[in-house]
Every structure is written in structure tokens, then in C-alpha cells.
Write a protein that binds this ligand. Structure first.
Ligand code: PHE
Length: 346
């Protein structure tokens, strides 16, 4: 190739590049095209290899022409990149921000309704001086049954629908009453506790779930009477469900209390209206809230408490049931399904 031809090719490469550059609008594209011209395998480098074949006296001029084209391309690239950056900055500055747009509120979590029932109940009994006691959910036969007066062949065991663990050596506690036993074994009277927690039974229908919460109460002291039990439960019902509500006891049997009772309160949903169609109490005006009674001396003997000196009462209530009665919920499954449309109501 002759010197003139080389120089004219170089010049047209330079122009070609300048034209290509204006079409490009991203740094990546620009760098790619730049490499096509100036890179080792690029078009300018290909021409440069031709330079070796030129007469020595021309090499200087041609060399200078190469350098000019290289710096022209490099300069054009920098210029174009600068233009693009400036345009981007301008667009950024011109972007309007609507300061009147409401902010995005993030939903914050809250305690589950059954946890609320537990905490509020504990607080109300706390006002009366009851302290919280706890026990394990995996229990043995002694604490869950034996010490509570369920002898081995006692028919009341059948009603507990027990889940057994470890080939029957252990079980999932069927009620919070074993916490009574654990507390009386570790503390001397006077004892005044409430024990909230999960319990398990092989039960499953709209008002029963295989796992649910209970709150147990136990008071052991000198001269404790049934009227004390009534006073405590009445106070609780009035504080938690409504000032106007009365309670009543229906005789019932639990092996660990004597006398034993089921406790009802007046239905808060229809107290001021026609009860006949009330779906909460089914027209009876009363709803059951739990079991209670005077601690059977047999139980006190199991835990070595002097039955001549001490008496006591105990009660147990279902937490989900309390939530259902307070809020008129009719399917216990609502509490476990995690549907936010249900849960955020409380
Ligand atoms: N533990 C009984 C139950 O779950 C309830 C209860 C507790 C009854 C305390 C009387 C006294 O059915």
C-alpha cells in the first residue's frame, strides 16, 4: 500500500469512528466500538502493520498521522462519555419528586389474639396477687394423672384423649393441672399461682383443637373456702368479659377437686337482647368458661401438704375458648390458620 493510500484510509477510519460515536448512548457500546478501532485486533492496528512496508523516509509522517488518529479517537470517546454523564445528571436533577405523596406505611406485627388473652388474664390474676408458674409440656404420668387423683384404672383418664410419647413412658400434658403438682412439690404454702400454657388432646372439631392453651389457677392457704374461689372467678369475669356478668357453678367431677364444678358466666353477647337466637350461648344465656373446685385432700397428700392445716381451690380455663367468648369467634381453627384478615382484627 502506498503512503497516500494509507493516510487516506486512516483519515476515513477517523471519520467513520466519529460518525459511529454519535449514535452510541451507553459507555459499554462506546468501549466496544473503541476496541473495534483501536484494540490490538482493531482496524487502526491492522493499518499500522502495513506501515512496515513503507519507504523509511515516509515512516515519520505516517507515524505522526497514526498518533493523531489515536488521540483523536481517544479524545472523541472522552468527549462523548462526558456528554452522556452530563445528560444523565441533568435528567436526574429534573426528575420531579412529589412531596405530597403519602409515605409507605409498613405493617408492624402484633401479639396473637390468644397471646393477648393469656397476657391479659395473667395481669388480672396478678392484680389479685397470683404469680405465674410454669411446667413442661412433655409430662410424666405422675404429674399429669397419678398425683391429681387419676388412679391407673380411673375411667376419667379416658376422657383426656392423651397423646403418648416414648412408648407411653411420657405424654403431652392434657391440661395445665400438672403445674399444680410441680408447684406444690417445690414450694410450701401459702401458694397462689396461675399457670398459662399449651396443652394437648386427641380432639379436633370446630371448638376443639389437638393443641390449645389453658390457664390454671391454684391457691393453697389456711381457711380457704369455696366462696374465695367464687370471688376470684367473679372478679376475673367482670374484669375480662364485662362488669354486668354473673357466674354460676354446676356440680361436676374432676378427680383432683372436691367438690368440683363447671363454671359458667352469663353470655355477654345477648345479655341485653333476645337470647333465643344467640349463636354464642345457643339461647341458654350461659356459657361455660372452665372447671374449678376445692383441691381434693388426696392431691395434697401426694405432695405432702398437711391437710389438717391447709385447704385450697383450683380452676382451669381454655384460652381459645375465652377468646371465642369474648369476640364471638365460632371456629377455633381461625386462631391457627394465620390468616391476616382474621388476626389483624384483634
Ligand atoms: N384440668 C381440668 C381440665 O382440663 C380443668 C380444671 C382445673 C378443673 C382445675 C378443676 C380444677 O379439664
Amino acid at each position: 500500500m502506498a503512503t497516500e493510500e494509507l493516510i487516506s484510509k486512516l483519515t476515513s477510519l477517523n471519520e467513520e469512528f466519529a460518525n459511529a460515536l454519535i449514535q452510541l448512548s451507553s459507555e459499554q457500546e462506546i468501549r466496544e466500538v473503541q476496541a473495534k478501532y483501536l484494540g490490538k485486533k482493531g482496524m487502526v492496528s491492522a493499518l499500522m502493520r502495513e506501515m512496515g512496508k513503507l519507504p523509511p523516509e515516509d515512516k515519520r509522517t505516517v507515524g505522526a498521522a497514526f498518533n493523531k488518529v489515536k488521540s483523536s479517537i481517544a479524545g472523541a470517546v472522552e468527549g462523548r462519555l462526558g456528554e452522556l454523564a452530563a445528560a444523565a445528571e441533568k435528567a436526574d436533577l429534573e426528575r420531579t419528586v412529589d412531596v405530597s405523596l403519602p409515605g409507605r406505611v409498613r405493617a408492624s406485627g402484633h401479639t396473637h389474639i390468644v397471646t393477648q388473652v393469656r397476657d391479659e388474664s395473667v395481669a388480672i390474676f396478678g392484680e389479685l396477687g397470683f404469680e405465674v408458674a410454669e411446667g413442661p409440656q412433655i409430662e410424666n404420668d405422675f404429674h399429669n394423672f397419678e398425683a391429681l387423683g387419676f388412679a391407673k384404672d380411673h375411667p376419667a383418664r379416658d376422657e383426656q384423649d392423651t397423646f403418648f410419647v416414648d412408648d407411653g413412658k411420657l405424654l403431652l400434658r392434657t391440661h395445665t393441672s400438672p403445674v399444680q403438682i410441680r408447684t406444690m412439690l417445690s414450694e410450701a404454702p401459702p401458694i397462689k399461682i396461675v399457670a398459662p400454657g399449651a396443652v394437648y388432646r386427641r380432639d379436633d372439631d370446630p371448638t376443639h383443637s389437638p393443641m390449645f392453651g389453658q390457664i390454671e389457677g391454684l391457691l393453697i392457704d389456711e381457711n380457704v373456702r369455696f366462696s374465695d374461689l367464687k370471688g376470684v372467678l367473679l372478679h376475673f369475669v367482670k374484669r375480662y368479659f364485662g362488669e354486668d356478668l354473673e357466674i354460676r357453678f354446676r356440680p361436676s367431677f374432676f378427680p383432683f377437686v372436691e367438690p368440683g364444678a363447671e363454671v359458667d358466666m352469663q353470655c355477654s353477647f345477648c345479655i341485653d337482647t333476645d337470647s333465643s337466637r344467640c349463636r354464642v350461648c345457643k339461647g341458654t344465656t350461659w356459657v361455660e368458661i372452665g372447671g374449678a373446685g376445692m383441691v381434693d385432700p388426696v392431691v395434697l397428700e401426694h405432695v405432702n401438704i398437711d391437710t389438717e392445716k391447709y385447704t385450697g381451690f383450683a380452676f382451669g380455663m381454655g384460652l381459645e375458648r375465652m377468646a371465642m367468648l369474648r369476640h364471638g369467634v365460632n371456629d377455633i381453627k381461625n386462631f391457627y390458620e394465620g390468616d391476616m384478615r382474621f388476626l389483624t382484627q384483634f
